[in-house]
Design a protein around this ligand. Sequence first.
Ligand code: C5P
Length: 297
Amino acid sequence: MSPEANTPMYSPLRHYSAYAKVNLGLRVLGRREDGYHELETIFQEISVRDVLTIAVQPEGITIGCSDPVIPVDEGNLAWRAADLLRRSAGIGLGCNIQIKKNIPTGAGLGGGSSDAAATLKALNREWGLHWPLERLLPLAAELGSDVPFFLRGGCALGRGRGEILQPLAIPQGWWGVLVYPNLTISTRWVYENANFDLTKSLKNSKFYSLTGFADKLSDWDIHLVNDLEPVVFNKYPYLKKLVDGFKRAGAFYARMSGSGSAIFGLFLDKSDALSALAKTESSYTTFLFHPVAGPAL
Ligand code: C5P
């Protein structure tokens, strides 16, 4: 029986969370022939989220978004996710996706990628496919380097373009403050303009891996890096000042997420996180967050 035989023509509206991520560390290991960069990164899902309300409809993929600047056609990664799943499964149904956008875009927080992963997971259920995660992963990788991570979420080491994943167990008892300095940065621009020193022997050594320092919070500030920071901080020095401000406010760790522009500071005490949040420049968009745990390892 085809999957849609079991699926009502119109399903009830259901809500799905699409959480953001931060990169706790990101090393660029080399350039690849396909134009991408070989990475090692620690992804951590965080409690800042978009909410997708999804309903099955007889045909067509339609999208609405609370942020009028975001495209609602093929330019939206959630649209492309629905279309890719529909074509891959040979499904003769459509869907309506309403996106309540909270995750800032162009911020290195994976908002569009997370919406796409949530769309794959939701339609896998709503269209009655029930494919295992392994079957959704290649579709996710086709949509973007960060999309596979969001299918499972939690904390993971990403290699390759970021799509080769290994779940990680790291300390989770901390609070984060996220600052979006109202600046959109293109990931492609960052990679194209960065001047990676790929000859540093320590960083290239197979013995140096971010995971070796992920277990102890006191190691993070000493050993975890984001190789995309120099090019971004060089162009926007005030982002580096946000990192320094978090450290002065008592953060045990502060970094840029992914290719920016979002900056985060991590605190052991919620009260310290809240006072750092209160001190942040009021014209910036800020969030208090905590890590989101993935499925059990
Ligand atoms: O995969 P995604 O579409 O998210 O990547 C956006 C851009 O970031 C790519 O077109 C590429 O320029 C750059 N990128 C890269 N190496 C990666 C991931 C992204 O060069 N591992």
